[in-house]
Design a protein around this ligand. Structure first.
Ligand code: SAJ
Length: 418
């Protein structure tokens, strides 16, 4: 194996392509967005991720990585495109299938195709079927069949945490599931070039469900913390104190409540399980509903605070979906700020050191974007939505005598919302 073509240069594809290129492979990065291709071709990056820019610069300048608008023949094709939800919460797999169709003309005997995008069980087989239809001259695998097909097809879910992607791509264990045993072995050789963690072999359907199970597990556990925070408010107790004390039990480890769950993974992937097994996945569905409801609950708490006066201002700290990232995808904080802006015109401002320009959504909601000091200088209520490190380091004097609604428990010992 000498070359890899990575389809989709997003949060997973770009770091993976750069890492493979740094391991002596010739890597062709493909994206349908001209701006992404131009940025990467110039050694730049279009996402924020620790240490990524330096690595991309290096592998672009030494010629190991190049960016393209269409697939280039290679030994291995890696699909890392988004799998969003449709409006009715069903997996939208069109990007995966389009990527498969785009590589079909370039395939030759001995190639491997690895899907990394989070996908419902059965998607890897569908990719193999699309390739088989487009290339009747080559043989493709069927799940659990014996023998070695001309082109190997496997699933290997990404499981890296944004903010730590380059570390976790190397150190995390990986789960590789081929449609056949031979497919698994071929895909394993790809990951052996850069993974220091264990490479665990299984079949494609299991690997697909493993990925969904990981994120659903976390969602259910965060839902427990969020539900507990609402119960604690009702009993006028401090949820952070409850959690700290409960977690002193040797077998209890409650996660942290917040304004809801965001990002493109945990807020989305559990729906793939619900869609495929609606009767069975009752807890997973409820957890999603609890976490989605938390944003509404926070909005209601702030609204209750503001309704008493016609002029009280509100300053929201944090827009990103979690601490120390600039990613606004599915962000409950952004949703809360947007709704507050519409409900209380002219009174809402937001501060987020990772967001430099107010988006169209914020502008439409009439929300002003302020710098940190400007935000602290404002009158009225402070609403803490994201535990960015700069917020956790704010001097207590900035908060003295303030009405604070803290959804993350970093500014007030008592984080009760109402
Ligand atoms: N959150 C809480 N309380 C917590 C932990 C998280 O409210 O105690 C919230 C965060 O604020 C955020 C959301 O949950 O809004 C998700 O954040 P996260 O840091 O838990 O996870 P992601 O979405 O950044 O990354 C997850 C990871 N999955 C797991 O930890 C099981 C990562 O390993 C996956 O690779 C990634 O999804 C993905 O791409 O699927």
């Amino acid at each position: 194996m000498k070359s890899v073509c990575v389809l989709g240069l997003g949060y997973i594809g770009l770091p993976t392509a750069a890492l493979l290129a740094s391991r002596g492979l010739r890597v062709f990065g493909v994206d349908i967005d001209q701006r992404v291709v131009s940025t990467v071709s110039n050694g730049g990056i279009h996402i924020m991720e620790a240490d990524l820019e330096g690595l991309v610069q290096k592998v672009i300048s030494n010629g190991a990585l190049s960016a393209h608008l269409a697939p280039v023949p290679a030994d291995v094709f890696m699909i890392t495109v988004p799998t969003p939800l449709t409006h009715d919460r069903r997996p939208q797999l069109e990007y995966v299938f389009a990527a498969a169709r785009s590589i079909a003309p370039h395939l030759k005997k001995g190639n491997a195709v690895v899907l990394e995008s989070t996908s419902p069980v059965g998607t890897t087989q569908k990719v193999a079927d699309i390739l088989a239809e487009a290339r009747p001259d080559l043989s493709f695998p069927r799940q659990n069949q014996v023998g070695e097909p001309d082109v190997a097809v496997a699933y290997c879910p990404e499981r890296v945490l944004p903010g730590r992607i380059l570390i976790e791509l190397v150190d995390n264990d990986r789960c590789v599931g081929g449609l056949t045993l031979a497919c698994t072995e071929r895909a394993v050789t790809v990951y052996e070039t850069f993974v220091r963690g264990a490479i665990l072999r299984t079949n494609a359907a299991t690997a697909e469900l493993v990925k969904l199970a990981e994120n659903a597990f976390r969602d259910v556990n965060i839902a427990f913390a969020n539900e507990l925070s609402m119960v604690a408010d009702k009993h006028e107790t401090d949820v952070w104190e409850v959690i700290a004390l409960a977690n002193r039990h040797p077998r209890v480890n409650i996660l942290k409540p917040g304004p809801g769950v965001g990002g493109h993974c945990i807020a989305v992937d559990p729906w793939f399980i619900v869609d495929s097994a609606p009767q069975e996945a009752r807890l997973i569905r409820t957890a999603r509903e609890v976490n989605d409801h938390k944003a509404q609950y926070v909005f209601d708490c702030v609204a209750k605070h503001l309704e008493g006066s016609q002029s009280t201002l509100v300053t929201c700290f944090g827009l990103a979906f979690k601490a120390d990232v600039d990613d606004l995808r599915e962000s409950p904080s952004l949703e809360i700020v947007e709704r507050l802006g519409h409900a209380f015109p002219g009174r809402v401002a937001a501060v987020d050191p990772f967001v430099s320009k107010a988006s169209a959504v914020l502008k439409a909601a009439g929300v002003t974007l302020l710098g940190l000091e400007e935000g602290f200088a404002r009158d009225g209520v402070f609403v803490l939505l994201v535990d960015h490190t700069v917020f956790t380091r704010a001097s207590p004097s900035k908060l003295e005598g303030r009405a604070v609604i803290d959804t993350r428990g970093i500014w007030r010992k008592s984080a009760k919302l109402n």
